[in-house]
Design a protein around this ligand. Structure first.
Ligand code: ADP
Ligand code: MG
Ligand code: MG
Length: 251
């Protein structure tokens, strides 16, 4: 699904990612952890193709195709989904209308006609039921007056509707209360199939009590310095990141 080879990337002329290697196969959930400022969000943004981030060296392959030259929109159309850390408010545009527009834009980019209204409604019904989303919520204005939990619910609903091949959830260190955590975890667990892959970026282990990752990677100063199973996340919760920094310095 995703293969990253010796990726070096910078922002505003400063090198942040310094040789990332990562392979994510279909059906897998990978967690990326690491101290603040280690480059986790940068990695997410580089994969998604955000303009401010410059790839200096290395490759990002999506299903074997080098996506370096593709814009963020083009990557989204190929099935890359990056959760929004700071969701925008769009007064007058409902949750449902926003998602319909996004789905049809995706289809158009892939040479398909608009999804028939009947199919769209069916999909909305199925996915909202699966995620226990209230009907009334779907007709509300996008993010206007949404609570933290509602923003998360909207984000996960968008992800469910767009059915990405590769979903990247960049969970900021703050603002995830227990309800929001549940929504994210239930959403990811409900959407996981053998054909898609999920990268969950998180500073804290607690999200990983609910989303069981197949692999955990620790980012430190722009490099993956340790990879392991979910046990690694538990060890980090217990012991913090300092022992990893010490290990890196010994090398
Ligand atoms: P993390 O998500 O692990 O906390 P980030 O990827 O956000 O780390 O940040 C890594 C480093 O890159 C930090 O030093 C941060 O200041 C810098 N950085 C990230 N994004 C930008 C940006 N858009 N402009 C300037 N500096 C940035
Ligand atoms: Mg940060
Ligand atoms: Mg971050």
């Amino acid at each position: 699904m995703l293969k990253i080879i010796d990726l070096h990337a910078s922002v505003e002329g400063k090198e942040i990612l310094r040789g990332i290697n990562l392979e994510v196969k279909a059906g897998e959930v990978h967690a990326i952890m690491g101290p603040n400022g280690s480059g986790k969000s940068t990695l997410a943004n580089v994969i998604a193709g955000k303009e401010e981030y410059e790839v200096e060296k290395g490759q990002i392959l999506l299903e074997g195709e080098d996506i370096d030259e593709l814009s963020a929109d083009e990557r989204a159309h190929k099935g890359v989904f990056l959760s929004f850390q700071y969701p925008i408010e769009i007064p007058g545009v409902s949750v449902t209308n926003f998602i319909k527009t996004a789905i049809n834009a995706n289809r158009k980019a892939n040479g398909l006609d608009d999804m028939p209204a009947k199919d769209m409604l069916k999909m909305i019904r199925e996915k909202s039921e699966m995620l226990a989303i209230d009907r009334k919520f779907l007709s509300r204005s996008l993010n206007e007056g949404f609570s933290g939990g509602e923003k998360k619910r909207n984000e996960i609903f968008q992800m469910a509707m767009l059915e990405p091949k590769l979903a990247i959830l960049d969970e900021t260190d703050s603002g995830l209360d227990i309800d929001a955590l549940r929504i994210v975890a239930d959403g990811v667990n409900a959407l996981k199939t053998k054909d898609n892959a999920v990268i969950v970026i998180t500073h804290y282990q607690r999200l990983l009590d609910h989303i069981i990752p197949d692999f955990v990677h620790v980012l430190h100063e722009g490099r993956i310095v340790k990879s392991g199973s979910k046990e690694l996340a538990h060890k980090l919760e217990e012991k913090g990141y300092d022992w990893i920094k010490e290990e890196v310095e010994l090398d």
